[in-house]
Write a protein that binds this ligand. Structure first.
Ligand SMILES: Nc1ncnc2c1ncn2[C@@H]1O[C@H](COP(=O)(O)OP(=O)(O)O)[C@@H](O)[C@H]1O
Ligand SMILES: N[C@@H](CCC(=O)OP(=O)(O)O)C(=O)O
Length: 380
């Protein structure tokens, strides 16, 4: 498919997730910009009127709380940020409700935590309520539940949340709106850097300098956006990344921003969780042979290929699989407790069966419980 016909998918997509970042919803004073919010609502309402379904993932709660709390700037400590989000979220949704009401459209607030997008019970609930809202012609307005999300498991940015929501509602496309008109081949503030029009595979990202430093109000910079893109495209959902002012063009399938083609097929919730959201409890160090086998795909990790173990985990916990050069190559659900593994290191399954008995001759990580992890970019 060429870039033109690929982009036309956006114009005809039935279900779209649109994510807008804090940087596009705030004025120079760091407060919520109501005109910016209205401009987005105009575009989404037009799509809605044309019969499309839109889920809006919106940041801006913290920004909306700054003024009412009399704060001078965006708070950086978690507790105050949570308080600002708590005050601001109600005001943010009220603004959206008001703006959409001008078009006769209702909105439904959905606040999610990381857990809600991955744990089976929570996931099903979120899925069901989003589906029903869409069936009823409502625009779901989603944000992270900042007031209760704890530091270790919160997303902090809404980029990855948007990708998981896209997966949850089986979106046809995801549109990420930010304050730059696309992905650049280096920090856009650096003279001479250029917008990348299309990314067809992770190889196209080689050599591109991306930082985790965003605007003064955003969180995660381009780094979390590329993580989000990786989750979405890797599970069959193409992405357009552009500035909020280009929202209309992006939804019309015009050649704005950066187009990220799909790189993988839709995947199961469990594998998505393992790859992108699970908190690992330990590490298994692999020898080169095991790395080759695992990276080749469809191979389980056998005890013979494990040379070291760190962490304190139980059988069934998520762990990282690490190559001799320290690269994390995969994540998987381990089949043994961490205390059992030292006795298995480097030994063949046959030896283990003969010596330790049935049950010790199994894989350390079964191939069905294993996902390869793309190269992660480091924040600079
Ligand atoms: N290679 C790059 N291309 C584009 N933007 C980049 C790049 N590297 C870093 N950035 C920064 O990422 C910022 C957007 O991230 P962020 O402020 O978190 O936005 P948002 O609030 O929309 O989530 C941009 O302002 C830009 O300075
Ligand atoms: N949930 C937070 C979003 C935090 C944030 O900065 O996200 P983003 O602008 O998408 O990087 C809020 O509503 O303020």
């Amino acid at each position: 498919m060429n870039a033109l016909s690929a982009r036309s998918q956006v114009a005809t997509a039935h279900r779209v997730v649109v994510k807008i970042g804090s940087s596009s919803l705030t004025g120079p004073d760091g407060h919520l910009s109501v005109p910016a919010l209205h401009a987005l609502v105009d575009v989404i309402a037009a799509r809605h009127a044309a019969g499309g379904q839109v889920v809006l993932v919106t940041s801006g709660a913290i920004a909306a709380g700054i003024g009412p709390l009399g704060l001078s700037a965006r708070p950086r400590d978690l507790a105050t940020a949570q308080a600002a989000a708590s005050v601001g979220q109600g005001l943010l949704v009220a603004r959206y409700a008001q703006a959409f009401a001008e078009y006769g459209i209702r909105v439904g607030q959905v606040l999610l935590t990381a857990e809600d997008t991955i744990r089976r019970g929570h996931y099903r609930n979120a899925q069901r309520s989003l589906e029903r809202l869409l069936d009823l012609g409502v625009v779901p307005v989603v944000n992270e539940n900042d007031a209760v999300a704890t530091d270790e498991i919160r997303f902090g940015d809404n980029d990855r949340l948007a990708a998981l929501v896209s997966h949850l509602v089986r979106a046809d496309v995801m549109v990420l709106l930010t304050d730059v008109d696309g992905l650049y081949d280096g920090p856009p503030s650096r003279p001479g850097t250029q917008r990348i029009r299309e990314v067809r595979s992770p190889l196209d990202l080689e050599g591109i300098e991306v930082t985790g430093r965003g605007s003064s109000v955003g969180t995660g910079g381009m780094l979390t956006k590329l993580e989000s893109v990786r989750i979405a495209t890797g599970s069959g959902i193409p992405v357009v990344l552009t500035k909020a002012a280009n929202a209309e063009g992006a939804l019309a399938g015009r050649e704005v921003g950066t187009w990220f083609a799909v790189t993988g097929k839709r995947t199961t919730r469990r594998r998505l969780w393992l790859a992108h959201a699970a908190r690992t409890r330990g590490r298994l160090e692999l020898d080169e042979g095991a790395v080759t086998a695992v990276l080749g795909g469809r191979a389980s990790l056998l005890p013979a290929g494990v040379v070291g173990v760190t962490g304190d985990f139980d059988a069934g916990d998520p762990v990282e699989l690490v190559a001799p050069d320290g690269r994390v190559i995969a994540r998987g659900l381990v089949a043994f407790d961490s205390t059992d593994i030292p006795d298995l290191l480097g030994r063949s399954t046959r030896e283990l069966r003969d010596e330790l008995g049935e049950g010790y001759d199994r894989e350390v990580v079964h191939r069905d419980d294993l996902v390869l992890v793309g190269r992660r970019r480091k924040a600079s």
